[in-house]
Design a protein around this ligand. Structure first.
Ligand code: UDP
Ligand code: MN
Length: 388
């Protein structure tokens, strides 16, 4: 610093000081401006009603094709056992099945299970895993709301084969939010599902938000089905405690245990509560705002929830019936195949790779990517060498 002073003439020094001051002021102005901008952005995250929010129903099925699962046929033990031993096993198996599969008399409250989902390479495997869980749950309507502009056929082909009554919706996140670093994920979809519930005048039954990356114990469904207003229960694999749960004493919810309080009145996970549709209908303006991290809190505030309205479930919140499993996501690889498509199509690989490409699991190229090789008796050579 001293060296600098002595080597610069006085007038020049003045210029330099002014320049530093101007740049400094400008920098300060930028910082202030930036802060103001983010405060503004924050405010913008509150619109409760979006203009032009459309409800695009892609496909709907109201027939329960799984009914045979719950009829007595499944529990019928008239099969001729070949040995006593087998008979014993058979009985045991039947008993275990009865424990897993709840019988239905067709009059229980419906569960409206809302799953926001979005196209990425893990989408279809997630939907298969979830759909096969839901296949075991009687009296359930599955609302699958896809974060897309248009209806996905690939998604529909998979949903409809479960035989579960369902509604497939296309409900894209508004571009304004998608551009954000911390986008409100799954909000446009859940709002669309709420709109569907309202438009279809569903005022009996139970609403539950079940994301596509969660794991559900079948017992969860019999627990939430009897929700009077709002029920709550623990969710495993959340945050730094490994769990998010209400704290229950003497059968009442008194507080919350969640490693991210963030000034939330209702610091719970999306999968940690269910709402009866009768109770929801009392708040016609209830909605979920586009506010990342505060979706649950704001939704529960919007239905005017009070501490006394909460019923703890899962044996006074001592059981974990739902887990935020999450799925490791990785980039889709490119497979380099020099063979021409027609030849590839003569092998099973043609159909397989085509299918995976349509799901975005991988890409096929003839110029770049990992060279596709086949192994014959331990010899590894490009596909085109073996199958030309
Ligand atoms: N989701 C979506 N659009 C997106 C990202 C996520 O619809 O751009 C869905 C996703 O399928 C999931 C839910 O929103 O059911 C929550 O998303 P994610 O699991 O990625 O977020 P987190 O659980 O970490 O909040
Ligand atoms: Mn998730």
């Amino acid at each position: 610093m001293t060296a600098f002073r002595s080597s610069v003439p006085c007038r020049q020094r003045k210029y330099i000081i002014s320049a530093v001051l101007i740049i400094g002021c400008f920098g300060f102005f930028l910082v202030v401006q930036q802060t103001a901008n983010s405060a503004e952005d924050y405010e913008k995250e509150y619109p409760l009603q979006l203009e032009n929010e459309v409800l695009k129903i892609c496909n709907e099925n109201n027939i329960d094709y799984r009914k045979s699962l719950y009829t007595s046929a499944l529990y019928d033990t008239t099969d001729e056992p070949s040995t006593t031993q087998r008979n014993h096993h058979h009985h045991q198996q039947q008993q275990e099945l009865q424990m897993q599969l709840p019988l239905s008399n067709g009059t229980e409250p419906m569960i409206y299970f809302v799953t926001p989902t979005y196209p990425r390479r893990e989408q279809i495997p997630e939907i298969i895993r979830l759909g096969q869980t839901l296949m075991h749950v009687p009296r359930l309507h599955w609302i699958v709301a896809d974060d897309t502009d248009s209806c996905s056929d690939t998604l529909n082909r998979h949903i409809r084969k479960f035989g579960i009554p369902y509604t497939q919706i296309a409900s894209p996140m508004p571009e304004l939010y998608r551009a954000r670093k911390n986008a409100p994920r799954g909000v446009a979809n859940r709002r669309a599902a709420l709109n569907w519930i309202r438009q279809n005048q569903k005022k009996a039954g139970v609403l539950y938000f079940g994301d596509d990356d969660n794991t559900f114990d079948l017992k969860l469904f019999s627990e939430i089905r009897t929700t009077r207003k709002v029920s709550m229960f623990p969710v495993g694999l959340i945050g730094d405690y490994g769990i998010s749960t209400p704290i229950v004493r003497n059968g009442r919810v008194e507080a919350f245990f969640d490693s991210w309080p963030a000034k939330r009145k209702w610091p719970v996970d999306m999968a940690g509560f269910a709402v009866s549709l009768g109770y929801l209908a009392l708040s016609p303006n209830a909605t979920m705002p586009f506010k990342a991290g505060y979706e649950e809190d704001e939704f529960l505030k919007s239905i005017g929830l009070k501490m006394d309205d909460i019923e703890p479930k899962a044996h006074n919140c001592t059981e974990i019936l739902v887990w935020h499993t999450q799925t490791k996501s990785s980039k889709s690889p490119t497979v380099r195949i020099s063979m021409d498509r027609q030849k590839l199509d003569k092998l099973n690989l043609g159909a397989l790779l085509h299918q995976l490409e349509s799901m975005g699991v991988n890409h096929i190229s003839n110029t770049v990517g990992t060279i596709a090789q086949a192994i014959v008796n331990g010899n590894v050579k490009p596909l085109s060498v073996w199958f030309s």
